[in-house]
Ligand binder design. Structure first.
Ligand SMILES: Cc1cc2nc3c(=O)[nH]c(=O)nc-3n(C[C@H](O)[C@H](O)[C@H](O)COP(=O)(O)O)c2cc1C
Ligand SMILES: [Mn+2]
Length: 466
């Protein structure tokens, strides 16, 4: 056990696993679970309830772990925050990054492999039914801006179907920009794929921040101490020194190879296409490393994206509207497409302005529901109730046609999408109790342990027999 494990279990993957185990939240399987679908099926069944460790998966020596951060409460716990403080805490870290500390002798580099066959070196599972191959799904792809040298971190799906080359999906954000910059300079882009990091570094990788804001520095801010990093053995890229596994390589200039289909977060397949390729230079890892896989579209995947987005969306809306109280990306909306916003309404019409601003906050947002402060945006039943009882389509609907949406939403035309906003707030003034939510005085204060007694059969008989 390292010193940081004892102080803050959340600051290392191993410390976090130990905490999950001590609190009954780490399941373990029999050895030898198949890497082909069986492992993913088990992790999916446990997702949101327990993390799981698979000893000897597919006869491989390296254990696989999954479901490390599959509930909002666990993520708040890892951040050392209450669920209601979580977004503010993440935002504070994103706005106050801590530069990394470079170290030598990193555990992530205890063992080195050259001339690897990645298909057999790592226990990479094949997840969904129609996936083209096994995929690395929890790999933090770290690259340096070829001009400024600033680092970027993102998680990208990586297909494993050849010994030394891996095709991947890079949507048009920061890594994509770096790849284009390198290609314009006629260069390959050195990258590291880092597997097996602590929950806070995983979360930081999903920060929605401007280009050239290093997400590892946000991880440091979340930890409350600079993140230890080590220089790669074959490039200038810096990787978390405590990681389990690091694949070093280069995204090849101008090379595109077939990748997909792959079951993605909307719970649909993203089709096969020609995509960027990493050529592997070497692999380093700890002695006895752990391999982390994220089952696509399950809570671990969805929430890793949701929390950082909610934090940024809330800050974005609050910049213009001080009356915005809370936001929630709902699970049914795959934690990307459906945004619920809670406001303290002060003016008629205000909710429609909030809706328009929300569409501008992130292109993934497709449907927005704005509710009053008596509706809990974290409870989809309450939000549906507000739509059912406070919303009229001829008056309260905002529709925008032909905007940019999510390319992974199968109902869009190649990412071009309509947007819909629901103003489900009640009018500011109304007669009597027309829009007063029914309450029973004292309902929250009832202490059932004090008022309920066991019912004896004879006592029941006395009350109900004719
Ligand atoms: C499990 C998981 C898998 C992801 N897979 C991809 C992917 O294959 N391609 C992609 O472009 N983004 C993917 N993302 C989203 C990016 O990692 C995320 O948007 C990141 O913040 C982008 O970083 P950037 O803003 O620095 O470009 C994934 C996210 C998660 C949590
Ligand atoms: Mn970035």
């Amino acid at each position: 056990m390292t010193k940081s494990d004892i102080l803050l279990p959340r600051t290392t993957l191993r410390g976090w696993l130990r905490r999950l185990h001590e609190t009954g939240r780490l399941a373990s399987t029999r050895p030898g679970v198949s890497l082909e679908h069986e492992l993913a099926a088990i992790a999916k069944r446990l997702d949101g309830k327990k993390a799981v460790i698979f000893p000897g998966p597919g006869g491989h020596a390296m254990p696989v772990v999954s479901g490390l951060v599959s509930s909002r409460a666990w993520i708040a716990e890892a951040m050392g925050a209450s669920p209601s403080q979580m977004l503010a805490r993440f935002l504070h870290a994103a706005e106050n990054p801590l530069p990394c500390r470079e170290v030598t002798g990193a555990v992530a580099q205890q063992v080195r492999h050259d001339d690897v066959d990645i298909r057999t070196l790592l226990p990479v599972p094949k997840h969904s039914e129609h996936d083209s191959a096994p995929y690395i799904t929890a790999g933090l792809v770290i690259a340096r801006n070829p001009v400024t040298g600033k680092q970027n971190v993102s998680i990208n799906r990586i297909q494993i179907d050849s010994p030394g080359r891996m095709a991947m999906l890079i949507l048009p954000r920061h890594l994509h920009a770096y790849v284009q910059m390198a290609e314009e300079r006629g260069e390959a882009l050195p990258v590291a794929v880092v597997i097996g990091v602590d929950p806070l570094t995983l979360l930081a990788s999903q920060a929605v921040v401007p280009v050239d804001h290093d997400e590892l520095e946000i991880a440091g801010a979340l930890h409350g101490a600079p993140l230890d990093v080590a220089k790669c053995l074959t490039s200038e890229v810096r990787v978390p020194a405590n990681a389990e596994i690091v694949i070093e390589g280069r995204i090849l200039k101008g090379v595109r190879e077939p990748e997909g289909p792959f079951g993605e977060f909307p719970k649909y397949y993203s089709p096969r296409d020609r995509r960027e390729v990493i050529e592997i230079d070497c692999v380093t890892h700890r002695r006895n490393p752990l391999y982390h896989t994220i089952v696509p579209a399950e809570m671990e995947h969805l929430l890793l994206g949701a929390i950082p987005r909610e934090a940024t969306i809330l800050a974005h809306l609050r910049r213009s509207f001080t009356d915005v109280l809370d936001v929630h990306l709902s699970t049914g909306g795959v934690c990307r497409y459906h945004l619920y916003v809670q406001i303290r309404k002060r003016n008629e019409g205000q909710a429609k302005n909030v809706i328009c601003a929300a569409f501008g906050a992130h292109y993934d947002i497709k449907h927005v529901v704005v509710v009053d402060d008596d509706v809990d945006v974290h409870d989809p039943v309450q939000v549906e109730w507000a739509v059912a009882t406070r919303f009229q389509a001829d008056r309260d609907l905002v529709r925008i046609d032909g905007a940019l949406g999510s390319i992974l939403d199968p109902s869009t035309s190649n990412g071009v999408s309509a947007k819909l906003g629901f103003d489900a707030t009640r009018p500011l003034s109304y007669e009597e109790h027309r829009f007063t939510r029914v309450r029973i005085p004292g309902e929250d204060a009832v202490d059932l342990d004090r008022v309920l007694l066991p019912l004896e059969p004879s006592a029941l008989q006395a009350m109900i027999d004719d």
